[in-house]
Design a protein around this ligand. Structure first.
Ligand SMILES: [Mg+2]
Length: 311
């Protein structure tokens, strides 16, 4: 079963971690393939990895925060890593937000992370667009944030007017907070008539929020692909373009001295492994919370180097 054929759940929120896991497994053919360690080492928290690595690449949702709340202990844990002299960077698929808002959020939640040490898939997609011919672009993005960082694209928001969907040359997915079932239907109909490129700035299927898991741009992109045959181009974890950009900032450091830390097997761990760095899975928050992590690892065969309950 493809992603487009859901089972009548709420369209925008789901609290079912198992559903999300199955959704990622269903689209495995669109994710990179790589190799994994034969077994994982269980550790208490990130503090146990101090000294083993010089570079810590941290996922955000499920590692630093859940929605607008910090994960208990995470600010202290990250501060201790920074104090140890390690390079700490955030590599997030939170493409929907201008960086200013992400910085405000991390500061508010008690993290002290410099703007240049935060890389979002929004930047990965925007960097890719610079290398491509200018097109008439249609945006899946939140009007609430306006055109901040996107002004130069000359793009139009995708809303209720079907003509806009037919008129644009390429589709850019940044955030799905204001996306609706009706808009998805308009996009699907327009792409069916006239297939065009779909560039996805957030490959995540879901993100952990206070009220459960929200469906993210990746969800809608995979659903479109299942139903129209238009294969999306993804920018962000687990794809190499995100890790290429993140690792470019720490050139000169051996990959064996870098670790990607995340809560999602199919994005953080799969992507980190494909990029050739070590991987650490958080199981007590985010994607695997409420699931049997060992069972998830066994069933997906996505094996991290380290497993910890809390960051
Ligand atoms: Mg996460």
């Amino acid at each position: 079963m493809g992603l487009g054929q859901g089972q009548g759940r709420d369209y925008l929120m789901t609290s079912d971690a198992q559903w999300a896991f199955d959704a990622y497994e269903a689209v495995r053919a669109r994710l990179p393939e790589t190799t994994y360690p034969t077994e994982s080492r269980h550790v208490e928290s990130l503090g146990d990895l101090t000294g083993d690595f010089d570079v810590f690449l941290l996922d955000a949702f499920g590692v630093l925060n859940i929605g607008e709340s910090a994960i208990p202990g995470a600010p202290e844990s990250i501060a201790a890593l920074q104090k140890s002299g390690a390079y700490v960077a955030v590599v997030s698929n939170a493409a929907g937000y201008p960086k200013r808002l992400l910085l405000d959020r991390y500061t508010r939640l008690g993290f002290n992370i410099a703007p240049e040490n935060i890389l979002t898939s929004r930047e990965v997609l925007l960097a890719a667009l610079k290398t491509r011919p200018r097109r008439k672009w249609g945006l899946m993005a939140s009007q609430a944030f306006g055109m901040e960082e996107l002004e130069h694209l000359g793009a139009v928001f995708l809303e209720e007017d079907p003509q806009i969907y037919d008129d644009v040359e390429e589709f850019l997915f940044f955030g799905s907070a204001e996306w609706t079932k009706e808009r998805q239907s308009l996009l699907e109909a327009s792409l069916t008539k006239n297939p065009r490129p779909v560039l996805v700035g957030n490959p995540d299927i879901v993100a952990p929020r206070e009220g459960g898991l929200s469906r993210e741009p990746g969800y809608f992109a995979h659903s479109l692909a299942d139903r129209t045959g238009v294969e999306p181009q993804f920018f962000g974890k687990p794809f190499g373009n995100a890790f290429d950009m993140a690792l470019a900032k720490v050139s000169g450091v051996e990959k064996s001295r870098m670790v990607m830390v995340g809560d999602t097997l199919h994005t953080d761990i799969l992507g980190g492994q494909a990029a050739g760095v070590a991987t650490a899975l958080i199981t007590g928050h985010g994607a695997l919370k409420g699931m049997d992590a060992n069972d998830a690892i066994k069933r997906s065969a996505i094996v991290p180097h380290f497993i910890m309950l809390n960051p």
